[in-house]
Every structure is written in structure tokens, then in C-alpha cells.
Design a binder for this molecule. Structure first.
Ligand SMILES: NC(=O)c1ccc[n+]([C@@H]2O[C@H](COP(=O)([O-])OP(=O)(O)OC[C@H]3O[C@@H](n4cnc5c(N)ncnc54)[C@H](OP(=O)(O)O)[C@@H]3O)[C@@H](O)[C@H]2O)c1
Length: 438
């Protein structure tokens, strides 16, 4: 592996996780942080210590918490250095700031270099907005989710969990070589050239704003009292009525995808449950026959078994199945599936970004899309109205309301190039590959 991934936002929680992973894979990286108080503190800490501390909980491959030296990598506040030293730029901050960051990168000379931007994640319909800044078809690599569940530590990062698989839509002019390089860093991704998989695959928009706003008073009260609130367990699993509304939001997402003729799993009345069960049974059987530490075989097998869904939109319950291994029980409610999700049982703190990010880049564009397609979006509108009431702001005015785009353009964009082949990339059996799996 010899590509140089840069990071825009090395001080953020996931930016630190990317940086720690790039360093441990031996990749040369420049981590840019804004020169804010928070950004300066991170940069001076990593420079003073000469590296970053990575903390991991106990895990089944024995990945240890450890200090990772900077080596040939560095951190700082120079966009010029970021542009000169990067083959890719990972934007690792919440997605409502993407337009601002891309404008700053453009001012600093991005256009002359045509460096692909990796959006981790873009949330819903980021590219049309970003292409207004850097030109239609500028190369964008869109992760459906952050690869990590990560928390910033003073001197580094705590990676609580790594996702098992996620989708990546290649948007604009991303070359085959660039795709291979991303695949070498993250072998567990499922590539496609269908932007809807990440735009409509925005699971954060399903869980976060509704889960927060329907529990708003309790969450705020606990925060005032300095007491913890378990977002998923107390806010969703223990409140079936909240789960039901989130499920309605999820169904709107699936109906939009269905209208676009995308493959969909979990849509009421057309759930394709049998196909799903057969696919996951094949996967689980293959997994049970494979040595846990034989990560290369495991990865290949997961990739093969899940290839059916590489350009599909799946329900939140199905997503929990393939992302977190919470085996789908046909007909099970979302609240119940959440209650069985180990990572949500441990610690799930409600975060402001569930509103600040997922309202303008999730529910606002999903509501706008549903209206364009004449799909009932009452559940989403209810949450947006509740946001207006609780926060005193009109979310549709500043969020991604899709006003600049015609419906025809949006359909063409979302559908992308579904038939384009995504060849498999064979992976060397290295420790870094092993680490990137868990
Ligand atoms: N962390 C996770 O476990 C997790 C899990 C799933 C998904 N995600 C997703 O991953 C993305 C990044 O999340 P995160 O947790 O890493 O974010 P985060 O650390 O919570 O983001 C907050 C940081 O963003 C930076 N920021 C604020 N305003 C900005 C602006 N205008 N431009 C650029 N940066 C700005 C600030 O850092 P500075 O002042 O230092 O620049 C701030 O500390 C989000 O889309 C999130 O939803 C994260």
C-alpha cells in the first residue's frame, strides 16, 4: 500500500480514528485540523507526544490499545500541505459542514490537483451541492457510514467498534486505480456506482433526529442533572411508540428507493424476507466453517455472500443484521431489534449532531424527495415540525431542501450507473488487513 490519504478534520472523533488506522497501516498521512481552540489542542498534543494513542476494548483478535508514532506522517493547520501531500482527502467532520470545507479546499487550490474527496459519510444528497462548488462529476467517494464508533480522548481516540461492512458509492470521475487503493485500505467495503445506496442508505436519519426529539425533554433533563441517558435503550428499545415512528420514517426511505426501481429489502408488502434469510443463512454457514482469525477468507466470503445487496436499500432492521450481526427475525419491530443490538446496549449517549447534522442533511432532503415523488411523508414532517418547536428554528430554510435541482436531475443522480462492474480486489493477508476487519 503506498497511497497517501490526507484527513480534513484530524481533531474530530472519527478523524482521529482514521489517522490512528492510517499510521498503523504504515500509510503516510497529513492530518489537517482547523486552527480553532479544539483543533490546535489536538495538533499540539499529537506533535508534543510524537503520535496518537489508540484505545481498544477487549476484542477477539487481540488488537491492543497502543501508542502509534507519527513516523513519516504529520499534523498541522495548513491546507496547502494537505493538498500537496494527499492522494485522497478524507473529510471526517459532520456533513452539514461539507460545503464550507470544500469551498475552502477550492480556494486553497483543490481544482488544480483533482484529489478525490472521501465523504465519511455524506448523508443524503451531498454530491449535487458539492458539485455546484467544484463542478459536476468531481471525484467523490461516499461512505454510507463512518467505519468507526469512535470517541475522542485527550491524547488520541477510543475506537469502541469497527463496522463489519458498509457501502461505498463512487460518484463522478473516480478511477479504477483509486477504487483499488480505497479497497486496499478498507477491504470490507461494498462498492457501487449508485449514489442512492449512500444517499438513501442514510440510517442516521432514521434513528437520530426522531429518537432525540421524541425524547427531547427527558434527554435535556438528564443532561442538566449530569446523569447518563441511554439513547438507544431508553429512547428507542424501551419506547415501542418511538420505534414505530422511526419505522415509518424508514419506510418512506424505502418507498423512495422503490419508486426509483432500486432493489429494496424490508419494504412493507414486498419485504423479500425469504431472499434475505437465504442470503444470511449462506453467510452464517460459511462464517461458522471458517477459522475466526482467517480474516482474508472471512472477508472474501462476506463480500461474496453480500454481493446481492451491493446496490440495494435495506430496512433499518436488515441493516442491523449485516452491519452488527443482529440476525433478522421476520416481522420483528425496530424497537425490539435495537434492544438486541450489543453495541447499543453498552453505551449510547445522545449527541447534538443527531439534530445539528441529521436534520439538515437527512430529514430535510428525505422529506423534499418524498414530496417530489408524491410519497406520504407525514412521519418525517412531524419530526421536522417538532424540531422547529423545540429548537425555535425552521429547518427547511437552511438544510438540503433540494430547491436548486430539478426532479429529473435528482433521479438521474440517485440512480447512477447500476450496471457498471465492480471487480473484486484480492487482498494480501497482512496484519493490517486483520485489524481493519474488527
Ligand atoms: N464518532 C462516531 O462514533 C460516529 C459514528 C457514526 C457516524 N459518525 C459520523 O461521522 C462523521 C464525523 O463524526 P465525528 O464524531 O467524527 O464528528 P465530531 O467529532 O462530533 O465533530 C465535531 C467536530 O467537528 C469540527 N467542526 C465543527 N464545525 C466545523 C466546520 N464548520 N467545519 C469543519 N469542521 C467543523 C469541530 O472540530 P475542530 O474545531 O477541531 O475543527 C468539532 O469538534 C459525522 O457525519 C457523524 O455522523 C460518527
Amino acid at each position: 500500500m503506498n497511497c497517501k490519504p490526507g484527513i480534513y478534520g484530524v481533531s474530530t472523533q472519527s478523524g482521529r480514528a482514521f489517522f490512528a488506522d492510517f499510521l498503523s497501516k504504515g500509510l503516510q498521512s497529513y492530518g489537517y485540523a482547523r486552527a480553532t481552540e479544539h483543533g490546535r489542542a489536538a495538533v499540539s498534543c499529537f506533535n508534543a507526544r510524537g503520535g496518537i494513542y489508540l484505545e481498544r476494548p477487549p476484542n477477539n483478535i487481540g488488537e491492543e490499545s497502543r501508542f502509534i508514532p507519527l513516523g513519516m506522517s504529520s499534523v498541522g493547520h495548513s491546507l496547502d500541505e494537505l493538498l500537496t501531500r494527499s492522494d485522497f482527502i478524507f473529510l471526517s467532520h459532520p456533513s452539514q459542514h461539507l460545503e464550507e470545507s470544500v469551498s475552502l479546499l477550492k480556494e486553497a487550490g483543490l481544482m488544480q490537483r483533482q484529489i478525490p474527496l472521501v465523504l465519511t459519510p455524506p448523508r443524503t444528497l451531498a454530491a449535487p451541492y458539492l458539485w455546484r462548488i467544484v463542478g459536476e462529476n468531481y471525484p467523490l467517494i461516499c461512505f454510507s457510514t463512518s467505519p468507526y464508533s469512535a470517541k475522542a480522548l485527550e491524547n488520541g481516540v477510543y475506537i469502541k467498534r469497527r463496522k463489519r461492512s458498509w457501502m461505498v458509492s463512487l460518484e463522478g470521475e473516480v478511477s479504477e486505480e483509486q477504487r483499488e487503493q480505497i479497497s486496499e485500505i478498507f477491504p470490507q467495503v461494498l462498492f457501487n456506482r449508485v449514489p442512492a445506496t449512500t444517499s438513501l442508505g442514510n440510517i442516521g436519519a432514521v434513528f437520530h433526529p426522531g429518537g432525540y426529539l421524541l425524547n427531547y425533554d427527558d434527554i435535556e433533563k438528564r443532561q442538566r442533572q449530569g446523569e447518563p441517558y441511554s439513547f438507544y435503550m431508553e429512547g428507542i428499545a424501551a419506547r415501542p411508540e418511538v420505534g414505530e415512528l422511526l419505522e415509518e420514517i424508514d419506510q418512506i426511505r424505502l418507498r423512495i428507493a422503490y419508486k426509483l426501481n432500486m432493489p429494496v429489502f424490508g419494504l412493507y408488502g414486498n419485504d423479500r424476507e425469504e431472499e434475505w434469510q437465504a442470503m444470511m443463512a449462506r453467510l452464517r454457514l460459511a462464517e461458522s466453517r471458517t477459522e475466526k482469525r482467517d480474516i482474508q477468507t472471512l472477508r472474501k466470503m462476506r463480500h461474496e455472500c453480500l454481493s446481492t445487496i451491493h446496490n440495494a436499500i435495506v430496512s433499518a432492521q436488515h441493516w442491523l443484521d449485516y452491519s452488527y450481526g443482529v440476525a433478522r427475525i421476520p416481522g420483528e419491530s425496530l424497537a425490539n431489534a435495537v434492544s438486541r443490538t450489543p453495541t447499543y446496549q453498552k453505551r449510547s449517549v445522545p449527541q447534538r449532531r443527531y439534530l445539528d447534522e441529521d436534520i439538515p442533511t437527512g430529514l430535510v432532503p428525505l422529506e423534499a424527495l418524498a414530496k417530489r415523488f408524491d410519497i406520504d411523508c407525514t412521519a418525517i414532517s412531524r419530526i421536522l415540525d417538532l424540531y422547529g418547536e423545540k429548537e425555535g428554528k425552521e429547518p427547511r430554510a437552511s438544510g438540503r431542501n433540494l430547491q436548486p435541482f430539478t426532479t429529473e436531475y435528482l433521479i438521474r443522480y440517485l440512480k447512477g450507473c447500476p450496471d457498471e462492474e465492480m471487480p473484486d480486489v484480492s487482498m494480501p493477508d497482512t496484519n493490517s488487513t486483520i485489524r481493519s476487519y474488527l
